[in-house]
Design a protein around this ligand. Structure first.
Ligand code: SAM
Ligand code: SF4
Length: 371
C-alpha cells in the first residue's frame, strides 16, 4: 500500500483551512458558496457537522442483513471517487463546517490507499476522523491508520463464535480470526474511542448479547446494539421475523444495567447509552441504536457521500446528488458547495422505514451508501 501523498493533495494541503481551535466550534469563515459564515444546515435547521464517507462498495464479508450471498453489484474503478477527488470533496464539506468524517463502506479497509486517504482528510483540517470496519483486515492497518489521523474506531462484531460467522456473514474461521486479531490491534494502536457494534437477529445470535457485552468491556470497547433496519437485505430478514428490538434487549440485560436515565452524546449520532451497574462493571456503558423502535431523526446532524460521489442527505434517501459528476465536469468548489446546500435543502424530516406505502428504501443498500 502506498503511503505517499499525491502531489494534488499537497495543493489541497496548501489551501487547507488552519485547524479549528476546538472541534466543537464550527469554523466561522466565508463559505465558498456565498452564504458567508452560515454553517451547513438542512431545511429543518438541523446543523450538519458529520459526514459519513463510503470509500468503497466492496466487502470481504456477506452479512445476511446487508448483502446477498453473491454480493451487490460493485462499481467499476473509474466510477469510484479517486483519493484526490475524495479529499477535495471533504475539503468543501470542511469549509462548510463539517467537523467529523467517518470512513465507512462496504468494508473501507479493502480500499487500496485508505491510509493515504485518511492522511489527506486530516490534512484538510478534519480533526475528528473515525472509522467503521468489520476488522478482518485491521490487524496490519490499525497502527498506520492511527498515525494517519483516525481517532475513533467502530468495529462490527455479531458473534464471538467462529462457527457462527457462516450463518451471519457467510464466511468462516479465517475471517473470524482476522476480526479477533483486528480487535487486539485496535486496542494496541491506542484509538481514543473504541466501540463494538452488533446487530442482533432473533434465533441467530440474540443468545450472545451478554457475552458480547462482557467481551467488549473486557477489551475497553463500548458495546452497542443496532436494531435491524429494513434496508436492502434487511427487509427480507425483517419479513422473516428476525428483528430483535432494543426494548426487549434492555429487559434481557436489565441485571447489567443501572437504573439511571439513558444519555446521548451531543453531536455524536443517535445512540443512547445506559450505564452498567457499579457492581457489574463500574464506569462502563451499553449503547442502543434504535432506528426502528425509537425514531432518532430529530437530532440528525449527518450526511452521506457514497464511494461514487453521490451525496445522500439521509440513509433512507432513495436518490443522491452526484458531486463526482460536478467535479469531473470542471465545476469549482463554490459550485460544489452550492450543490451540497441544495441537496440539504431537500432533506426529509424523518426516515419512513415503517411506512407501508413506501418501499423506495428497499432499493437502497447499506454497503452502497455507507451504513
Ligand atoms: N463494513 C463496515 C462494518 O461492517 O462495520 C462498515 C460498513 S457497514 C454497512 C456499517 C454498519 O451498518 C455495520 O455496523 C452494520 O452492522 C450496519 N448494517 C448494515 N446493514 C444493516 C441493516 N439492514 N440494519 C442495521 N444495521 C445494518
Ligand atoms: Fe460488509 Fe459491513 Fe455490510 Fe457486513 S455490514 S456485509 S461487513 S459492509
Amino acid at each position: 500500500m502506498e503511503n505517499r501523498l499525491p502531489s494534488s493533495l499537497h495543493i489541497l494541503r496548501d489551501d487547507a483551512p488552519s485547524p479549528p481551535s476546538s472541534i466543537s466550534e464550527p469554523r466561522s469563515t466565508s463559505s465558498p458558496d456565498g452564504r458567508d459564515g452560515a454553517p451547513l444546515a438542512d431545511r429543518y435547521n438541523r446543523p450538519v457537522r458529520y459526514l459519513r464517507l463510503s470509500v468503497t462498495d466492496r466487502c470481504d464479508l456477506r452479512c445476511v442483513y446487508c448483502m446477498p450471498e453473491g454480493g451487490n453489484p460493485t462499481s467499476e474503478r473509474a466510477e469510484v471517487l479517486s483519493i484526490e477527488e475524495t479529499v477535495r470533496a471533504v475539503a468543501v464539506f470542511r469549509r462548510l463546517g463539517v467537523q467529523t468524517v467517518r470512513i465507512t463502506g462496504g468494508e473501507p479497509l479493502v480500499r487500496r490507499g485508505v491510509v493515504e486517504m485518511v492522511r489527506g482528510i486530516s490534512a484538510v483540517g478534519i480533526e475528528d476522523v473515525a472509522l467503521s470496519t468489520n476488522a478482518t483486515q485491521l490487524a496490519p492497518l490499525a497502527a498506520p491508520l492511527r498515525e494517519a489521523g483516525v481517532r475513533r474506531v467502530n468495529i462490527s462484531l455479531d458473534t464471538l463464535r467462529a462457527d457462527r460467522l457462516l450463518s451471519l456473514s457467510r464466511r468462516g474461521a479465517r475471517e473470524h480470526d482476522g476480526m479477533m486479531r483486528g480487535i487486539e490491534a485496535a486496542v494496541s494502536a491506542g484509538f481514543e474511542e473504541r466501540k463494538l457494534n452488533t446487530v442482533l437477529l432473533r434465533g441467530l445470535n440474540d443468545d450472545e448479547a451478554e457475552d458480547i457485552v462482557r467481551f467488549a468491556w473486557a477489551h475497553g470497547f463500548t458495546p452497542r446494539f443496532i436494531e435491524l433496519m429494513p434496508i436492502g437485505e434487511g427487509a427480507e430478514l425483517f419479513a422473516q421475523g428476525r428483528y430483535f428490538g432494543n426494548d426487549e434487549l434492555r429487559l434481557r440485560l436489565a441485571h447489567l444495567l443501572d437504573e439511571s436515565p439513558e444519555t446521548r452524546r451531543a453531536d455524536r449520532g443517535p445512540a443512547r447509552y445506559v450505564a452498567a451497574r457499579a457492581n457489574v462493571a463500574k464506569g462502563r456503558e451499553i449503547g442502543f441504536i434504535s432506528a426502528m423502535s425509537h425514531n432518532f431523526c430529530e437530532g440528525c446532524n449527518r450526511v452521506r457521500l457514497s464511494a461514487k460521489g453521490e451525496l445522500r442527505p439521509c440513509l433512507a434517501s432513495p436518490r443522491g446528488v452526484s458531486l463526482r459528476d460536478r467535479m469531473r465536469g470542471g465545476e469549482d468548489d463554490a459550485s460544489i458547495a452550492r450543490a451540497v446546500r441544495a441537496a440539504l435543502d431537500g432533506k426529509e424530516e424523518s426516515h419512513h422505514f415503517l411506512d407501508a406505502g413506501r418501499d423506495d428504501h428497499h432499493h437502497v443498500t447499506m454497503s452502497g451508501i455507507g451504513g
